[in-house]
Ligand binder design. Structure first.
Ligand code: ADP
Length: 450
């Protein structure tokens, strides 16, 4: 057991966030395994890194708090049974939650689960810090900023399911828990690890259970990470997780799909960033467009997409995309209802992804958080090992076993415009693809007349 135990167990509240944190840990040199959902029992033979990090990806950001708590507890128990000595609860760098949760309720449950609630003496508070300075997410005086705006005043604050109306994390977290929430201000963190340790001890004696910690740059996070290293529970986004890595043993091997593996891109994200990525890649490679209206009227879009893929895969990767400009998406949503349009697209893309794998595709780029969840579920992937980080927050991952499937799961906003070609070097453009890259004009986009 000791030889296969994990030092750090991460519980992530969504899939792409899990890939993000796993990639960051891997980039810092740690061996990282990622499980989608709480593994059933012993995850039948899944290899575990020797003392590295194990990430369990949940989808609990917008579910009722009791469901989120139950799943987080199941993940925590599984991780602890595998030897995780420290748990990290990973939420988004915009602290996605509502007054009802789910960050506070999950923290409360993990606080109990790790035994902290029953400690005989005062306990240093659990850190809560969503800062990821590299993405422009910083915390100052307990207030969360996105770039130069408070989160509640930023575009990131206008989320349909988890709108951010309060940028004061102490106040916000206090509404989600009955426990005492305090602030570890930057003035303390600037004094280094000893100053932080002293302040946390004093807060613990004063009955503070959670400390919202300021961090405006990676140095602040490094100080917090060092101070939190021995603590059984830490919470935050990928920035603080990365700062905990120093004590984990390094990973072996690099980790990206070898050139020449059959590859495809499946996109269901609706962000501007993905729209541009799709536009660029569709100039390089044949593209099949999935349109919700066509699925709704009974076209066999899955079969059409797979026939298209069968024709074009021999020359390099294909792109299957539902990503469309906002006006087009709005029109589809008006015609079908937003929820129905989304489900139709997700189901079709997941079905197409599974079909692509059956056709021999072994390197699959998936754009979109929900889309990634649907694809991973439909392809029956429950466990991956993290490989090379292609862009901040976007890393290759591969399934275990002799004929692995490589996945690059990308959250909507992430990645530069040429991400898809960069992720599939030597395959996408004119270089390295047997038969040459095919001009997009030679293969009109199809799949319901757009
Ligand atoms: P992101 O990470 O960009 O938010 P997601 O995959 O999480 O991407 O969410 C995008 C949602 O939009 C998915 O549910 C997807 O099925 C839906 N969708 C994608 N394309 C269309 C379209 N053309 N019309 C309507 N809905 C779409």
């Amino acid at each position: 057991m000791e030889a296969t135990s994990a030092a750090l167990g991460v519980i992530a509240d969504d899939y792409t966030g899990a890939v993000d944190v796993a990639g960051v840990l891997r980039e810092r040199g740690a061996a990282v395994n990622l499980h989608f959902g709480v593994p059933a029992d012993e995850a039948a033979g899944a290899p575990q890194p020797d003392g590295g990090a194990v990430v369990v990806a949940l989808k609990t950001r917008s579910v009722p708090p009791d469901v989120a708590v139950a799943q987080a507890l199941a993940a925590a128990r599984w991780l602890r049974a595998r030897g995780a000595r420290q748990l990290f609860f990973k939420y988004s760098s915009t602290f996605d939650s509502t007054d009802a949760g789910n960050i506070g309720p999950v923290m409360d449950a993990l606080y109990d689960e790790t035994g902290l609630a029953h400690s005989p003496g005062p306990v240093a508070p659990v850190l809560a810090c969503p800062a990821v300075p590299g993405y422009g997410r910083t915390v100052y005086q307990g207030h969360l900023f996105v770039g130069d705006r408070l989160v509640a005043e930023s575009p990131a604050g206008r989320h349909p399911l988890t709108p951010k109306t309060d940028s004061d994390l102490v106040r916000l977290l206090s509404r989600q828990t009955a426990a005492v929430v305090g602030l570890l201000p930057r003035q303390v963190t600037a004094g280094g690890e000893a100053a932080v340790a002293g302040a946390l001890a004093a807060m613990g004696r004063a009955g503070v259970r959670y400390a919202v910690a300021d961090a405006v740059d990676d140095r602040d996070l490094a100080v917090l990470g060092a101070a939190a290293r021995g603590h059984p529970l830490v919470t935050g986004a990928a920035g603080l997780a990365a700062a905990l890595v120093g004590h984990l043993p390094p990973a072996l091997g690099a980790g990206e799909p070898p050139a020449g593996l059959p590859a495809a891109v499946v996109s269901g994200s609706g962000t501007e960033a993905t729209l541009e990525q799709v536009r660029r890649f569709s100039r390089l490679r044949p593209t099949f467009r999935v349109v919700p209206g066509a699925i709704a009227r009974g076209d066999d879009v899955v079969a059409e997409a797979l026939a298209f893929a069968r024709r074009h895969l021999p020359t390099g990767p294909v792109l299957v995309s539902a990503t469309a400009p906002p006006e087009a998406v709005r029109a589809e949503q008006q015609a079908l209802g937003a929820e129905r349009a989304a489900r139709l697209v997700e189901t079709a893309l997941a079905e197409i992804a599974a079909g692509l794998v059956s056709l021999g595709v072994r390197a699959l780029v998936v754009a979109g958080g929900e889309t990634s969840g649907a694809v991973v579920g439909r392809c029956g992937v429950d466990h991956v090992v993290i490989g090379r980080e292609v862009a901040p927050g976007v890393s290759w991952a591969r399934t275990a076993g002799p004929d692995p499937l490589w996945l690059l799961l990308k959250s909507g906003p992430l990645g530069a415009p040429d991400l898809f070609a960069e992720a599939l070097p030597g395959r996408a453009g004119t270089g390295g693809v047997p038969g040459g890259g095919m001009p997009a004009a030679a293969v009109p986009a199809r799949g319901a007349g757009r």
